[in-house]
Design a binder for this molecule. Structure first.
Ligand code: VGL
Ligand code: ZN
Length: 199
């Protein structure tokens, strides 16, 4: 059975890359692989979504207001912009998350476009049934997004060579991948992607 597919590029923003406020070690090293996936999906005319963590200056998500994280991805500043190496097509669908000053929101299913349409709305409008997920961070946004997607009935494939984690604890990313697979996510790399989308 053929499912309609989309690529979801999660939070490839300056602040999550080395030198950024919440820089993930080697976070930028996955960008060339992501760009290759973008080319493959674009060539098939499959939609490409990209999320951005998009915080107000004051939010309970930040350490200084009771949360877990240093100040990062404050909307409209450089840290919140996409990494300059990321090559999104002009028709990529951009969604934003983390705007609520009172709570954390890690999942892309808490994201919305500039008109306020949620990711779920947008996926339904386009008839998408299967998500291929890349980006940052494996142990937060990628993990929460995958669990939400599966619980909402989507099929999920994790692009293993195009994700990286924060690893507050050293095995967090590895554990996150195991959990996602246990919940039903598949694993894909650039070596195997063609078998999945080129037919
Ligand atoms: C995220 C840490 C802080 C994420 C967001 O979406 O992965 N991680 N804010
Ligand atoms: Zn955040």
């Amino acid at each position: 059975m053929k499912f309609k597919k989309a690529l979801l590029v999660v939070d490839v923003q300056n602040d999550f890359c080395p030198g950024g406020a919440l820089g993930i070690k080697d976070g930028d090293k996955i960008i060339p692989a992501i760009n290759k996936y973008i080319k493959i999906f674009a060539s098939k005319k499959f939609p490409i979504f990209a999320t951005r963590d998009w915080h107000p200056k004051k939010t309970a998500h930040f350490k200084k207001f009771g949360g877990l994280w240093p100040v990062h991805c404050v909307r409209d500043i450089k840290g919140a912009q996409f990494h300059p190496q990321l090559k999104l097509p002009k028709d990529a669908i951009l969604v934003y998350k983390g705007m609520d000053p009172k709570k954390d929101s890690y999942s892309a299913f808490q994201a919305e476009d500039e008109k306020g349409l949620s990711l779920l709305n947008l996926l339904e409008i386009l008839g998408i049934k299967e998500l291929y997920i890349a980006g940052l961070a494996t142990d937060y946004c990628v993990k929460f997004t995958t669990h939400d997607a599966i619980s909402k009935g989507f099929k999920v494939k994790i692009l293993l060579d195009a994700v990286k984690g924060v690893n507050l604890k050293p095995n967090d990313s590895e554990d996150a991948i195991k959990e996602m697979v246990k919940s039903g996510a598949g694993k894909i790399t650039l070596k195997t992607i063609k078998e999945h989308i080129c037919h």
